[in-house]
Design a protein around this ligand. Structure first.
Ligand code: ZN
Ligand code: ZN
Ligand code: ZN
Ligand code: ZN
Length: 358
């Protein structure tokens, strides 16, 4: 059996006891929201929450920045490390935490045997899948454990809510990641990236790869695309607020401001202000994680030890086709999730990595 021991962001400025959760027993049942707002405010491909018994402490909230996204919701993220942490419903005053900030501990079950349980969440459905033309990652997560997990275009109970049919999901799975870049000239001259509030924007020029280019970050198939995969590590989880950080790997020479200035990377990025609202958090001696200080979106990650590649959050990319997975620009690796051993939503990882045999 696993229980939630506490909630925390990476820097520890936001910290709560596990007793703040409505249920400390894991996994917690919830739904993944794929809506534009959840993606653009976080950098994640979706958002899934755990409900709280009440408000987080004064101390946690004093270390958080509130960002109101609609009449209905206010979102809170850590002002130091950028971790997305809480969501408050402004209709009924209820609180939820981003599921990635939950830290779990294994406890002995009834049998006395320590059974390893590696899921914070037990996802029951996908909602607002219709916000992306490709349905985002939802079509790949329709079988979790032994459950069939429905995909709703909006939300059950809303006018016009529909469940996507098996045939539609199959078609999305077959096409969305496999669009040849050469046939998609309409994809634009550059990839645009923007957080929800628009304060942090990037232009990403097309890949500079030649036929002979190689390296772990060069796509195996199409050199007109960038390589992408998920990271399940604890540091990514506690700065994103969700268990799977979607990264695409871009050479720094290709990343520009909206005024076409090359972005400054490396140690001097700490003292350089090019994008006023972009804040850097140094999570270790060689790592800077950069996020929007207004809306909380995780924008990119850089390691001074491998300065030749910058990890950009896929959740903030703005595909011209409205594709959440940006298949016209990105080649996704479904053979690996970085630091899988640290991931605490193993069911999701398993579904993403499993390929249909037929
Ligand atoms: Zn923090
Ligand atoms: Zn949402
Ligand atoms: Zn922003
Ligand atoms: Zn990571």
């Amino acid at each position: 059996m696993a229980t939630a021991s506490h909630l925390t962001c990476l820097c520890g400025s936001i910290k709560e006891a596990g007793t703040l959760l409505t249920s400390q027993t894991l996994p917690v049942e919830n739904d993944i929201c794929h809506c534009n707002t959840c993606r653009y405010t976080t950098g994640s491909l979706g958002a899934w929450y755990v409900s709280l018994t009440g408000s987080p402490s004064e101390e946690s909230l004093s270390n958080a920045i509130a960002y109101k996204t609609s009449e209905k919701y206010t979102r809170f993220f850590c002002k130091k490390c950028g971790c997305n942490a809480f969501l408050r419903s402004d209709r009924d005053g209820s609180w939820a935490a981003c599921s990635g900030v939950v830290e779990m501990e294994q406890t002995e079950g009834m049998t006395g045997r320590l059974s390893v349980q590696k899921n914070i969440s037990r996802v029951l459905s996908h909602i607002y899948v219709g916000d992306g033309k490709d349905g985002g990652i939802a079509p790949f997560l329709t079988k979790l454990g032994d459950r069939d997990v429905p995909c709703y275009n909006t939300m059950p109970g809303e006018d016009g809510a529909e469940v996507l049919k098996k045939r539609e999901l199959q078609q999305l799975r077959e096409t969305l990641l496999h669009q040849p870049a050469s046939e998609t000239r309409d994809r634009g001259e550059a990839i645009e990236a923007s957080c929800h509030c628009g304060s942090c924007q990037l232009h990403i020029a097309p890949p500079p790869y030649e036929v002979w280019s190689n390296g772990w970050y060069v796509p195996k198939g199409d050199h007109n695309k960038y390589y992408a995969r998920f990271c399940g590590c604890r540091s990514c989880r506690l700065t994103l607020g969700f268990t799977l950080q979607p990264w695409t790997y871009i050479p720094p020479s290709q990343i520009y401001t909206v005024n076409d200035e090359p972005i400054v990377f490396g140690p001097k990025a700490r003292e350089t202000t090019q994008i006023e609202k972009l804040k850097h958090y140094q999570s270790s001696e060689f790592v800077l994680r950069s996020f929007c200080i207004v809306c909380g979106a995780t924008m990119y990650y850089q390691s001074f030890e491998r300065p030749y590649i910058i990890d950009v959050s896929v959740g903030v990319l703005r595909s011209r086709f409205g594709n959440i997975m940006a298949g016209e620009w990105l080649e996704w690796d479904r053979g690996i999730v970085s630091k899988r051993n640290e991931c605490v939503d193993e069911e999701l990882v398993e579904a993403w990595l499993s390929r249909p045999t037929a």
